[in-house]
Design a protein around this ligand. Structure first.
Ligand code: UD1
Ligand code: CA
Length: 453
């Protein structure tokens, strides 16, 4: 049988109190619904149907890269009604897997297990045992242990509320059977909604058996209804990532104080101190050490490089054995070669720095190419912008730039040149020579400070 996946995402998400559609709220920097769509795609279905209600344009914009068939549910009359909106376009011979847009951590292997068990001859439900089942539909079984129906929280009496086996909402049923049961749903219940879960009772009544697969990790079934649950899932997701890292030989000073918001490749013997955020595509090679309070986004940090505390690094490649920080900002399109040293309060943008060069204090380097073994003194500024255009600065190998130098780009400093401290360099400096611009120093004899009248 071919597979159709229906993802329900039309609910208002009232408890989020947000203008952003609930399923677009981020978990580890990606919309909740991305997780569900990716898991659905990994099952190679014939088609994914996404049932949406409000803010369709915003959703479609955010999900452009996913091949989904959009199904509009103009009014949210219940989960049964939501599935019914997709049914007319689903072929009768398909098997239908129902997923929820706000249940992001459900895993591919769990769904594969469910699909393996599923068959056109019966309905297969994914259930889970929860010590606090409040809010969920309860799985009611007869004395032989067979499922007879699902009772929603609002319909359950105190006796049924004791049941700890609950409905995850995820189920597999043939389109053919689904068609039959959805047609029989009514909304005569506490919420005045067409409950999808009522198809279970209907199936049992018509001798169509119901099977179950039980989840072991309850987090897979947890939905996001409010911001507290979102934060809870975020922590859980982060813990899964940090567990994997530690198992792979990464030292984390405190696994609860590392946040991964993207795809990371971290080699063994990397050490991460506390309060570090890794975002986008980040690679940390063997032996890298990252100090506390640092954010690294879309960057490649090579072997044994050391990032000291309070750095912000984005869109950069850092060479082997380099040392950055504390308090450094490395901006996009920066390439630092092996053993480069960047010190405190240094900002580097769109620049390359060759091996063993040092920029240790209070500098701005933008649109610059720096050779090997260059020393840039404290407070050196590349004046790369005239308010309209940007210009380049070139600094040759072994140059020495004195402190408090302004390099007015475009400008070139030759190899081995020395620039005297306090220079405003407007013309290129020849190689090997000392170049400086400095107003003559004078002393005004007998001058007195003014006194207050
Ligand atoms: C539902 C189940 C409950 C299960 C729980 C698991 C029903 C009646 N109940 O309850 O048995 O334990 O999920 O989380 O199915 N939606 C629509 N259109 C609608 C209504 C809902 O698309 O008209 C979507 C929502 O966006 C959401 C999902 O369906 O993604 C579930 O709806 P929700 O109202 O959250 O159902 P629960 O009360 O949580
Ligand atoms: Ca829910």
């Amino acid at each position: 049988m071919t597979l159709s996946v229906v993802i329900l995402a039309a609910g208002l998400g009232k408890r989020m109190h947000s203008k952003l559609p609930k399923v677009l709220h981020p978990l580890a920097h990606r919309p909740l619904i991305h997780y569900v769509l990716e898991t659905a795609l990994s099952l190679h279905p014939r088609q994914i149907y996404l049932v949406y209600g409000h803010q369709g344009e915003q959703l479609q914009d955010a999900l452009q890269q996913f091949p989904v068939h959009w199904i509009h549910q103009p009014q949210q009359l219940g989960t049964g009604h939501a599935v019914a909106q997709a049914l007319p376009v689903i072929p009768n011979e398909d098997q239908v897997l129902i997923l929820y847009g706000d249940v992001p951590l459900i895993r591919t292997d769990t769904l594969q297990k469910l699909l393996l068990k599923a068959d056109s001859q019966y309905l297969t439900l994914l259930t889970v045992h929860l010590s606090q089942p409040t809010g969920y539909g309860r799985i009611v079984r007869n004395s032989q242990g067979q499922v007879t129906r699902i009772v929603e929280e609002q319909e359950a009496d105190t006796h049924l509320k004791q049941i700890q086996e609950v409905n995850t909402g995820i189920l597999v049923v043939s389109a053919h059977q689904l068609r039959q049961y959805l047609g029989q749903l009514s909304n005569h219940n506490a919420q005045g909604e067409y409950y999808l879960t009522d198809i279970v009772g209907l199936a049992v009544q018509s001798q169509y058996p119901v099977h179950t697969v039980t989840l072991t990790d309850p987090y897979e079934a947890l939905g996001v209804n409010d911001r507290a649950q979102l934060a809870q899932l975020e922590r859980h997701w982060q813990r899964q990532q940090t567990q994997q890292l530690m198992q792979a030989g990464v030292t984390l000073r405190d696994p609860d104080r590392l946040d991964i918001r993207g795809t990371v490749h971290i080699a063994h013997d990397v050490e991460l101190d506390i309060d570090i955020i890794l975002e986008g595509q980040v690679t940390l090679e063997e032996g890298v050490k990252i100090g506390p309070y640092t954010r690294i986004k879309n960057a490649h940090i090579s072997k044994n490089a050391e990032i000291l505390s309070h750095c912000v690094i984005e869109g950069a490649i850092i060479g082997e054995g380099a040392r950055i920080g504390p308090f450094a900002r490395i901006r996009p399109d920066t390439v630092l070669a092996e053993h480069v040293h960047i010190g405190n309060f240094v900002e580097i943008k769109k620049s390359t720095v060759a091996q063993h060069s040092k920029i240790n204090h209070l500098s701005y380097i933008g649109d610059t190419e720096i050779g090997q073994r260059v020393n840039i003194g404290a407070g050196t500024i590349t004046c790369n912008y005239d308010g309209v255009n940007k210009y380049k600065t070139l600094i040759g190998d072994d140059a020495f730039i004195g402190s408090d130098t302004q390099l007015i780009a475009p400008v070139t400093v030759g190899a081995g040149a020395t620039i005297g401290a306090g220079t405003t360099l407007t013309l290129s400096a020849p190689p090997q020579e000392l170049t400086l611009s400095r107003a003559e120093q004078i002393t005004v004899k007998g001058w007195r400070r003014p006194v207050k009248k």
